[in-house]
Design a protein around this ligand. Structure first.
Ligand code: AMP
Length: 185
């Protein structure tokens, strides 16, 4: 059934509401052969995200002080830093939330504390071949906003929740434009 195929395709695009319009369904039925090749969402991989944003990762040595960490966060306008002594091996991750939590319990003494004492040592990482959808689910479920990307066990990039959201918006806008073109043609 050609109409069913395209109703499903439009639903799958995340714009299911569009299909409730009679004119759209009618148009879809009459022009199903001319439909764009892809109305489904493209499977995005971490490698696609890294290609767009680049592989710069700010790291900090595990023996650096929280004061040094604060300088990095401020200088680079970021929310988390990967803890690594050689720039490749991930020992941990430390985010502004760790600083806030420890500042509350330790007070000003925190500034001289080495980063390894406040970092999260069990880091959730991903590889370039992973799907963005899976990463998004992990970030939502585990409640962190930064995930280092490893290739052959070495740090090559970092993906933040901001990168995920930007990608999602770009994707939705591309789909909307594609559907508009199809509906108006
Ligand atoms: P975030 O939301 O990234 O600012 O981090 C919130 C908390 O999760 C902090 O305690 C971080 O140290 C920790 N965290 C951040 N990213 C990760 C990660 N990829 N794996 C494990 N813990 C993380």
């Amino acid at each position: 059934m050609p109409d069913a195929v395209h109703v499903v395709a439009l639903c799958a695009s995340g714009l299911a509401g569009v299909t409730t319009s009679e004119s759209v369904v009618h148009h879809t039925v009459n022009h199903w052969r001319a439909a764009p090749a892809r109305t489904y969402r493209r499977l995005m991989r971490i490698s696609d995200v890294v290609r767009l944003k680049g592989g710069d990762v700010v790291t900090v040595r595990s023996d650096a002080s929280v004061t040094e960490l604060l300088a990095l966060l401020s200088e680079h306008r970021i929310g988390a830093v990967v803890v690594s002594d050689d720039g490749e091996t991930v020992h941990g991750i430390v985010s502004e939330r760790d600083i806030v939590r420890h500042l509350h319990t330790d007070g000003a003494a925190l500034l001289e504390t080495p980063v390894h004492q406040i970092m999260t040592a069990e880091v959730h990482t991903c590889v370039p071949e992973d799907s963005l959808d899976d990463l998004e689910s992990a970030m939502t479920e585990k409640r962190f906003r930064h995930v280092p990307v490893l290739s052959d066990g070495k740090l090559v990039a970092i993906v933040s929740i901001g990168d995920v959201v930007k990608n999602r918006i770009d994707d939705l806008q591309a789909e909307r434009d594609q559907l508009r073109t199809y509906i108006q043609s």
